[in-house]
Ligand binder design. Structure first.
Ligand code: FES
Length: 604
């Protein structure tokens, strides 16, 4: 700790760490750390600031040591994040060991299971919270403790806007449940068994057994759901300790990684490795390729542009199709494969996948550790033979895991996870069966009189970012019961909703513009022909233009019950899925937007 003052003596000049997409930040006259604005000096304000931190039990001098925030999203309402409780102490110790001052604070916890209508409605609220906590408090760096789906992207978005050195620590995947004598994956098995249950293939006793076995421990979904995917994205982007994104919940190695993360946050402050330095265009390009290779969640196709939008990196939807075209899918993990995240970790985790993918990656981006991606890959072992990470010459599939389609039904695009779809349905033409919203779908999907066949196209409208609001994961429509009983397991579906990363099926998601703002999806009627050709990248509504024009002229925006509060603010400002569903006033398209305005530090 004694050499710390010398390390922190490095001036933060206006140009240091500046990139063409980054911004300059002046350290201010005589200040070497952001927190010094609060903690140095002899006036009554500086004294009050020091006293406040000491009263919290922190060892504070008169400035000169970095204060590292620990943003902890642990909550009893979010079992996916409970492992973070055990990791916070190790992070704290790591910060202290490196000479920093740890300051833990709680954040809103976005728990996918319990938060309604969807945790997605609150992702941007978490981002605002993190950004404003950083702005208003004397923090020089931050460690984000997050796990469940939206907690990682939301927190990273906020930290990226604030642009102080940021390290992410995740809580890992929960243990595997065992049902009927077999390991089953979180989410994926439940969706499948629910269709079987409605088809009469799962008894009452088995259904009760399933509920009991799903209570298998805290942690994120152990499939390649959104939480696992976003942890991989955070590590690929350079915001995590290498190899730490897939450590299972409860594994002692997580404590060591958390300790390293604490140390890393301090050294990143010294090295001025802020998000605008780490989150480069090349880093996002790598993340998109890894997303394909891992057959990650479709939700990442929304979250990555949202993060990129905070640092001024363009990441249009078409990049997801273009960059993935030559990428082999290497992760044999549910729902696209057979294994679980524990298997992925045992096979070498992300460093092994990166090593296998290296010829397709840009190795130059620097990470928050100070090492480049290339240096990390050099130290990585290859995937374990016969494990859940395939070799490049034996992929699960070629040509990437996702496809982007456009057409008269989705002028601004839609996404499909081809790796979890039925190949024979990727080109299809069938009559629409339209559900206007989630309640309508739930009320009618199992109606024996529903005019639906296996060749129908199930269309679910009104579930986009504006429509609900919050774009819930309603996109994987249950197979109508009468078809499930007949053995149908997949149908073409088209929707402006999202679906869980643990879901599967031939579902064309995130249709933009969404129905609630007048997109063509809201004009589809029962019996209209819908045609998809995934290889050609098309999704069309085969209705004559004059008829569509008549319907459009009659269309009225659906009324919203939200006239105040966060849902109303969200609905009025949320962007469409291809733009990441951020709020329009939170993005940073120009250097002026990326300039983080520091508060006036004095009496409060
Ligand atoms: Fe939280 Fe899946 S529900 S990680």
């Amino acid at each position: 700790m004694t050499n710390v003052a010398i390390e922190w003596g490095r001036a933060r000049s206006a140009g240091a760490g500046k990139t063409e997409w980054g911004r300059a930040r002046s350290a201010g006259a005589g200040k070497t750390l952001r927190s010094d604005a609060w903690l140095t000096g002899d006036d009554e304000a500086a004294m009050a600031h020091r006293v406040a931190l000491r009263t919290s039990g922190l060892t504070v001098g008169r400035g000169g040591r970095p204060v590292i925030g620990i943003a902890n999203s642990v909550s009893d309402l979010n079992p996916c994040n409970l492992p973070l409780r055990a990791l916070a102490g190790a992070v704290r110790q790591g910060i202290e060991d490196a000479g920093g001052i740890p300051a833990e604070f709680g954040t809103i916890s976005l728990g996918e299971d319990l938060m309604k209508p969807a945790a997605m409605l609150y992702r941007n609220l978490l981002a605002i919270e993190i950004e404003e906590m950083i702005r208003s408090y004397p923090l020089d760096g931050i460690v984000i403790l997050a796990n469940c789906d939206k907690t990682v992207p939301g927190a990273v978005m906020g930290a990226a806007s604030a642009d102080i050195p940021t390290v992410v620590v995740t809580g890992g995947a929960r243990p595997a449940a065992v049902f009927r004598g077999e390991r089953i994956g979180a989410g994926t098995a439940l969706w499948r068994l629910w269709d079987e249950r409605r088809a009469g293939l799962v008894s009452d006793a088995e259904w009760r057994d399933l509920e009991a076995c799903l209570d298998c421990g805290a942690g994120a979904c152990n499939t390649m759901g959104t939480a696992s995917t976003m942890a991989l994205m955070a590590e690929t982007l350079g915001l995590m300790i290498p190899g730490s994104s897939t450590i299972p919940s409860g594994d002692p190695a997580a404590l060591d990684a958390a300790h390293q993360a604490g140390r890393c946050a301090v050294t990143a402050v010294t090295g001025q490795l802020s998000p605008t330095v780490v989150l480069s265009p090349a880093a996002f390009g790598n993340a998109v390729r890894v997303l394909h290779a891992a057959a990650g969640s479709t939700n990442a196709v929304i979250h990555l542009p949202a993060i990129a939008g905070r640092v001024g990196v363009p990441l249009p939807l078409d990049n997801f199709g273009r960059l993935g075209a030559g990428v082999p899918v290497l992760a044999d993990i549910q729902p696209s494969g057979t294994g679980l995240m524990q298997d992925f970790h045992a096979a070498g985790g992300l460093p092994a996948l990166l090593a296998e993918l290296a010829p397709l990656l840009d190795l130059s981006p620097v990470t928050v550790t100070g090492k480049t991606l290339g240096e990390i890959i050099t130290a990585a072992p290859p995937p374990k033979e016969g494990g859940a990470i395939r070799r490049r010459d034996e992929p699960m599939r070629t040509g990437g895991a996702f496809a982007v389609v456009r057409g008269s039904l989705a002028p601004q695009g839609a996404v499909i996870k081809v790796s979890a779809a039925s190949p024979e349905l990727l080109k299809h033409r069938g009559p629409a069966v339209v559900f206007h919203g989630y309640d309508d779908m739930r009320n009618r999907v199992d109606d024996p009189g529903l005019p639906v066949t296996k060749d129908s196209v199930l269309v679910l409208t009104g579930c986009g970012p504006v429509g609900v609001p919050g774009m819930p994961e309603w996109g994987m429509i249950p197979i109508p019961a009468k078809l499930a009983k007949a053995g149908v397991t997949d149908m073409v579906q088209v929707t402006d909703a999202r679906m869980s990363g643990t879901s599967f099926g031939t579902v064309f998601l995130h249709v933009a513009p969404e129905a609630a703002i007048g997109g063509p999806l809201g004009l589809v009627r029962d019996g209209d022909l819908v045609a998809v050709d995934t290889a050609k990248g098309t999704l069309d509504l085969e209705v004559p233009a004059d008829e569509l024009g008549r319907r459009k002229a009659e269309w009225q925006p659906p009324p919203s019950p939200h006239v105040r509060g966060w849902p109303a603010l969200y609905r009025d400002h949320v962007l469409q899925a291809p733009e990441g569903c951020d709020l329009d006033f939170l993005r940073a398209p120009t250097p002026a937007h990326r300039r983080f305005i520091e508060p006036v530090v004095g009496r409060s």
